[in-house]
Unconditional design. Structure first.
Length: 101
């Protein structure tokens, strides 16, 4: 069997790194009982709050429809609040609750 090329070695190493990160992330998410998208949402809200649902969706690269479900689950756990602000009552703003901080 011929030795792996440098490119193949890099690909194998990247796969191992990706797998290790995935396993570590799964363990963390089980500890805190949050999914990766929920955690990404909370981290982004913490950094940019108050933030509109549209801006949050763009920031974490999810559709607003997908994010609405995520926010509903976070809201049911009292980690975030959603509300309408300003003149345009269609705009929904998200913030962390004290428990979500």
């Amino acid at each position: 069997m011929s030795p792996l090329t440098l490119e193949d070695q890099v690909i194998v190493a990247l796969r191992r790194i990706t797998r290790a990160i995935d396993l570590h992330s799964r363990g963390l998410m089980q500890e805190i009982n949050l999914t990766a998208p929920q955690l990404a949402s909370l981290q982004t809200i913490a950094r940019l709050q108050p933030i509109t649902v549209g801006a949050l969706a763009k920031s974490i690269h999810l559709s607003q429809a997908t994010l609405t479900g995520i926010l509903s689950r976070l809201e049911s756990r009292n980690l975030v609040t959603r509300g309408r602000r300003g003149q345009d009552k269609r705009t929904v703003v998200v913030e962390l609750t004290e428990e979500g901080q």
